[in-house]
Structure formats: C-alpha cells, structure tokens
Design a protein around this ligand. Sequence first.
Ligand code: NAP
Length: 317
Amino acid sequence: MRIWVTRPLPDVVVDAARACAGEVVVRTETLPLSHEELRACLRDYDVVLPTLGDMFSAEVFADVPSSRCKLLANFGVGYNHIDVAAASAAGVVVTNTPGAVTDATADIGVMLMLMSARRAGEGERMVRAGVWPGWHPTQMLGLHMSGKRVGIVGMGRIGQAIARRCHFGFGMDVAYVSRSPKVLGFPAERLEDLTTLAAAVDFLVVAVPGGAETHHLIDGAVLGAMQPHAHLVNIARGDVVDEEALVAALQARQIAGAGLDVYEFEPHVSEALMTLETVTLLPHLGTAALEVRTAMGLMAVDNIAAFVAGKDVPNAV
Ligand code: NAP
C-alpha cells in the first residue's frame, strides 16, 4: 500500500497513518495539488488523504482511466472539491470527517456575528492606527446581538451548533431553511423560503455545503431582501455567496455588515471587499485549532485503516 498525505499534518496523525500499513509519503507543500500531482494521486498511490483545494474534477479521473487509487480519505467535512460521481464511476471511494469540525466552526460563526455586529475589526484597526480619540457615549455604535433573531441557512451539524449557541448563549430567536425539517432541543421556526427568511432576521448565517446546488444561493435578491441593520455571516463555502452582489449590497448600505471566513475566489480576496469597513475578513479559520485538526486527521486515518483492513469505511460520502 502506498498512501499519500497531501499536506503536513500534526505528528500524531502521521504516526497513526504510518501504523495503518504500507508506505506513507507526506507532501511538504502547503498549497493545493498541481495538475500533475492530482493525476499522480490516482496513478501512483493506493490511498490519498487530500483536502480543501485539491480539485479532483471529472477531468482528472478521465485522464487516469484505471485508477490505482481506490480511496480519497478527505481531510475536512466539505468535499465540493471532489467530483464524487466521477470518483464513484472510477471505483474510488470518498470519505470525509463530519462532526470533528462542528463546534470549532460554529464558534467562528458566532465570533463573526459578534465581530460584524459590534464592529470589532473596525475598532481594532482604529486603535492600531493610533487614531482612537477616547471613549464617548455615541462612539462606534453597533448592533446588540442578545435577544435578536438569527436565520440559519442549512440546519445541519454546524447550523444546529450555531443555532444552539444563539438560543442558549444569547437568548436569540432561531429561524431556518433546510431541505428537511429538524427535531431540535430548542424552539426554531422552519421557513419554506430563503428570501422570506432573509427578510425576517437580524443575522443570516450560511452553513450549507458548497457545490453546484448551492452556488450563489445568496444572491442579489436574497441580500436585497435583508433589512438594512442586518448582518450576513458565511462560514460555509465562498461561492455560496455571490461576492459581487455582496460588495454591491455593502457599498449601497443595503445591509449593515458581513462576516466572512470563506471567499468565492479563495485565497484571492477582492480589493472591493478589502476596502470596506463593514466587512470582517478571516482567513478560513473555521477548524484552525490543533486539537480539531488532530481529530480531523485521526478521523481520516480511521477511514484509511478500515479500507486497508478490507472493512466498510465509517465516513463514506
Ligand atoms: P451537514 O451536517 O451536511 O449540514 C448541511 C446542511 O445544509 C443540511 O442541513 C442540509 O439539509 C442543508 N442543505 C444542503 N443543501 C441545501 C440547500 N440547497 N438549501 C438549504 N439547505 C441545504 O454539514 P456540516 O457538517 O454542517 O457542514 C456544512 C458545511 O460547512 C460543509 O459542507 C463545509 O463546506 C462547511 N465548513 C466550513 C468550515 C470552515 O472552516 N469555514 C469548516 C467546516 C465545514 P438536510 O439536512 O436536509 O440534508
């Protein structure tokens, strides 16, 4: 067995992969796989542990007709960078790491809600620039988050974890749209329509998976339905939000602010977004904590171990 780990990972994860079987090669580069490396994955390895940005498109599978690789054990819950139908047609199983990422990503979602509502980035920039004139009663007034209404777009694991924090931590009303109704341990109103939800909330938080089905789900019409004091938060995938429409909505002050962890053309962040004071920009920090990344890696390795042992993989997508 030849196993390729496509990014440096915590030592404990690499050690666990080495304990699985065979030869484990760890790629030292931190950026996504190149055109040639993607094809080498399928041609030269039995198992690959890829992650965000490794674009396993249908073209890649078509270019390597008899794939030696039979498992893509993705590091991360989101797998919109892998064409799962093409993988399956090529006999390649895809797994992910659900659950390991949930709380950490929900925490970042709530942090972005607070940062956007309370103008934290803007205030920090003012202090660092040495232009803070001192406290006064009407300075930098933001939106008070406690007791407001949050709308969750995609009430899955992360959406529910954000809603739970909002309800129990901030006494907020929760509303949501999702493909299916959810049984939750707290009150939450399911609305049929995204535009209706957008119009009815103070915070709209995006937590759907990326991919063709959700591309530009948050478009000009949804942003236009939001109230002028409301904030948009996206911790899902960048292209779920039409970034050009978001810039236009922020510039026209159709909405009060936005908090983004992900970007449509990641890692490129447009000049227009960078110059807006009303947007909080994070560098995809959702799961960026050592224990979380370790748990994700160990989950990916569990899938590899099961595959190597000829058992059912626990997290097939
Ligand atoms: P999940 O449990 O599968 O939840 C996704 C939810 O979205 C589900 O409730 C699903 O509805 C709903 N949904 C799917 N398509 C929809 C649509 N077209 N309209 C409305 N709702 C839709 O996934 P998760 O673990 O919460 O993760 C969600 C996403 O967050 C991941 O796919 C990933 O891209 C992103 N993420 C980002 C970071 C980060 O670092 N920023 C970290 C982790 C994850 P049903 O329940 O009815 O199927």
